[in-house]
Design a protein around this ligand. Sequence first.
Ligand code: ADP
Length: 474
Amino acid sequence: MKKNILFVASECTPFVKTGGLADVIGALPGALNQADSVDTRVILPLYQSIYPHWYDQMRKVASFDVLVGWRKQPTTLYQFTFKQVMYYFIENDYYFARDDVYGYDDDGERFVYFSEAVIASLPYLEFQPDILHAHDWQAALTVLFNKVYPDTLKMKSVLTIHNLKYQGIMLRDSFHDLFHLNEEHISGIEWHGLLNCLKAGIFHADKVTTVSPTYAEEIKTPYYGEGLHACIQEKGNDLVGILNGIDVKSYHPKTDRAIRFHYQFSSSRKSLNKLYIQHKFGLDIDPDKPMYVMVTRFVEQKGLHLIKAILDQFLTEEDVQFVVLGTGDGDFEHYFYQMEQRYKGTMIAYLKFNEKLARQLYAAGDFFVMPSKFEPCGLAQLIALQYNTVPIVRETGGLKDTVTPYNEYDKTGNGFSFTNYNAHDLLAVLRYSLEIYHDQDKWYPLFRNVRKSSFSWERSRDQYMELYNQMLPS
Ligand code: ADP
């Protein structure tokens, strides 16, 4: 019998994206639905930024009120099918008609509302989910509500942790102000005298997954566990790591409309994209000059303190170019801006979120640098591999599971990596990558391995299917 799966998430390409979560929610349901045995649908908030491109195509399903503590919030549910996946959108202007997706003082309340609204939408969907699959803290409360509200469908539930760092923490007083739960349920959501949405999801979910096998092990330890390691350890075999994939059709250098010069195998055609970026940003024009690229959120997680510690030295001593695309913490933005001023012709810092430019940089770079402090899966290195750009990573989480360090003797490996979170180890590996770049006999076998690396959704999809089958044997 067909299984019905409802994905609950706060972002999804092509509608709204701030990071890798959106890529996953935009690709995995379509990959799952290719198997006839499941019907996967997705429910999302209707943010202001979604209206201009998509609202005309949506059909109104129902209007109803949702209670958030004493607040009665008018809610409209829409639906819309796109590339064989049915999407539902929850509209409430008070919470979602804002310029940004996150970053507000009342984010906790916004996603309590969203989770309540998802549960309230279930009778209107004309679709009875067997499995509720919630993603990250913004959706985690649906797992709790599904479990404890008396009149819900009591679906089986999966919570996927895309990043344990973000947990949705609120003051304990919010329990009475925002929730409709008996006091007996406080223990499942309370955390060090506060409320923690992600913890509630972990506690109540039948299965918890995270996005790489290595990260699934790491988060059981205090170093990576972000204060939740004990709660995670308690899940035992109900915690699994399933590696993310990427949408290899969308990210394909042969067809990607964002890039200027399409290519598949040829490194000389690829390097036309480097020339294009050099022209575009006033860098020195030289197809042979190695270009190092970063596309990233500017947060500590991404190893930017290591970059700060060594970039000056690297750019002074080596003949390379460095291009960074990113936004986030003001300190990092300021640092990269200053570096661009100091290294004109060599260094570019483009401080925006720009999907088109990101793709152009994946195509242009020789190397993609991602020295993360922790990395649940990481999609950027997978996209880089897809564009035949050699990843340089720290061996953590999904980076460890997807990038194998190049061995110049037996010619195995698809990138470069270092183990300890140490700036000089990063500098050493950057220098080593340069040495390989300038030695054609060593570079070409590496380039060949990179070309062969592919992380489509197929393998991961089968693992999710297996998980659903374990939960609901047919
Ligand atoms: P995370 O989800 O932690 O940000 P991932 O590597 O999993 O990291 O995914 C990041 C995604 O966001 C990639 O698709 C990357 O290309 C994209 N991205 C990050 N920063 C930018 C930016 N400034 N402009 C465009 N895309 C970006």
